[in-house]
Design a protein around this ligand. Structure first.
Ligand code: CDP
Length: 204
């Protein structure tokens, strides 16, 4: 069975949590495409050429805990604006989206560029403050040295760069269902997303 769930949205909106829950619930494979760009960003911080790093990337080896760091997130958003970097990561993501058995991908351009034919498209968003608060608590709990103000500025800078770039800018696909998680708990957000996906599954 080919069935793609495309989940896009700005930084720390809850895409990953929703994507993992949908994949678990439906038995689909899940790909956090942000990790691909974070892995290239980390290589760039280490002094490598980002285009070469993207071409050499092993998408199966994305376990490095450093990928969660705030400086790596910023580097990811810088390298993600380079068209050659995006092109190098395209085939793997397209193949993953259409693999047999169903797939959930979360990122910025899944419903617009990677898989415009996705059977279910969600655009998950929340207020800047709600997103920064969640990311701050997540990073602090993992032992990172971060502040709420710094995290808010970081999230806003990344969104601005991701939205303004020419290559696959962050935007909702015309046929995406928008879910604003500002005032939703995890269960409510997951429930809203699952309802959309189940409806699309049933319609087939
Ligand atoms: O988890 P969070 O929402 O903070 O970020 P992420 O999904 O890990 O993505 C990190 C960065 O990678 C983003 O700020 C984007 O610049 C870039 N990215 C992208 O351009 N396209 C994607 N499909 C996924 C991420």
């Amino acid at each position: 069975m080919i069935f793609t769930v495309a989940i896009d949205g700005p930084a720390a909106a809850g895409k990953g949590t929703i994507a993992r829950a949908i994949a678990r619930e439906l038995g689909f494979a899940h790909l956090d495409t942000g990790l691909l760009y974070r892995a290239v960003g980390l290589r760039e911080l280490e002094g490598l050429d980002p285009v070469a790093a993207a071409r050499e990337l092993d998408p199966e080896g994305l376990e490095d805990p450093r990928l969660r760091q705030a400086d790596v997130a910023q580097a990811a958003s810088r390298v993600a604006a380079i068209p050659e970097v995006r092109a190098a990561l395209l085939d793997f993501q397209k193949g993953f989206a259409r693999r047999d058995g169903g797939a959930v991908l979360d990122g910025r351009d899944i419903g617009t560029v990677i898989c415009p034919e996705a059977e279910a498209k969600l655009f998950v968003t929340a207020s800047d403050e709600a997103r920064a608060g969640r990311r701050f608590r997540e990073l602090a709990a993992a032992g990172h040295d971060v502040s709420y103000e710094g995290t808010l500025a970081e999230v806003r800078a990344r969104d601005a760069r991701d939205s303004a770039r020419d290559a696959a800018p962050l935007r909702a696909a015309g046929d995406a269902v928008v879910i604003d998680t500002s005032d939703l708990g995890i269960e409510e957000a997951v429930g809203a997303a699952l309802a959309v996906v189940r409806e699309r599954l049933g319609a087939r």
